[in-house]
Design a protein around this ligand. Structure first.
Ligand code: HEC
Length: 105
C-alpha cells in the first residue's frame, strides 16, 4: 500500500515536471527570440540603447523601477515603435518583458 502511494507521488512529480519545464523554457526562448527580431535593431542586442539616436537603454535604474505594466505599456504604446512592436500580443509582450528583466544586472 505504501509503495503504491510512493510510486503515485513519483509519477505525479515526473508528470508535472514534464508539463512545467518545457513551457517555462519556451516562454524564455520566445522572449529572447522576440527581442532579437523586433527590439535589438533599435535598443541593441545588450539593451544598452543608442543615446545618439535617442533610443533609451532597457537596462538600468529606469527599467528596474518600472513595473511590468509600465514596460508593457511602453512597448505597445510608444509612438516611435513600429507596428510590429505595437501589435505584439499580450503573451508576446509578457515574454519580452520577462526577457528584458533577465538582462538587468
Ligand atoms: C524603431 C526602433 C525601435 C524598435 C524596433 C523598438 N523600440 Fe523601444 N523605443 C524606441 C524609441 C525611439 C523609444 C523612446 C520613445 C520616446 O522617448 O518617446 C523607445 C522606448 C521604449 C521603452 C520605454 C523606455 C523608456 O525609458 O522610456 C521600452 C520599455 C521599449 N522601448 C521597449 C522595446 C521593446 C521590448 C521592443 C521590442 C519588442 C522595442 N522597444 C522595439 C525605439 C524602438
Amino acid at each position: 500500500m505504501k509503495t503504491t502511494k510512493l510510486i503515485a507521488l513519483v509519477v505525479a512529480i515526473a508528470v508535472s515536471l514534464f508539463v512545467l519545464i518545457p513551457s517555462l523554457s519556451w516562454a524564455a526562448d520566445e522572449g529572447a527570440a522576440i527581442y532579437k527580431t523586433k527590439c535589438a535593431a533599435c535598443h541593441g542586442a545588450d539593451a544598452a540603447g543608442k543615446p545618439a539616436a535617442k533610443i533609451p537603454r532597457l537596462i538600468g535604474e529606469e527599467t528596474k523601477k518600472a513595473s511590468d505594466a509600465d514596460l508593457s505599456k511602453s512597448i505597445t504604446g510608444t509612438a516611435k515603435h513600429p507596428a510590429g512592436v505595437k501589435g505584439l500580443s499580450e503573451d508576446e509582450v509578457k515574454a519580452v518583458v520577462a526577457y528584458v528583466r533577465s538582462l538587468q544586472k
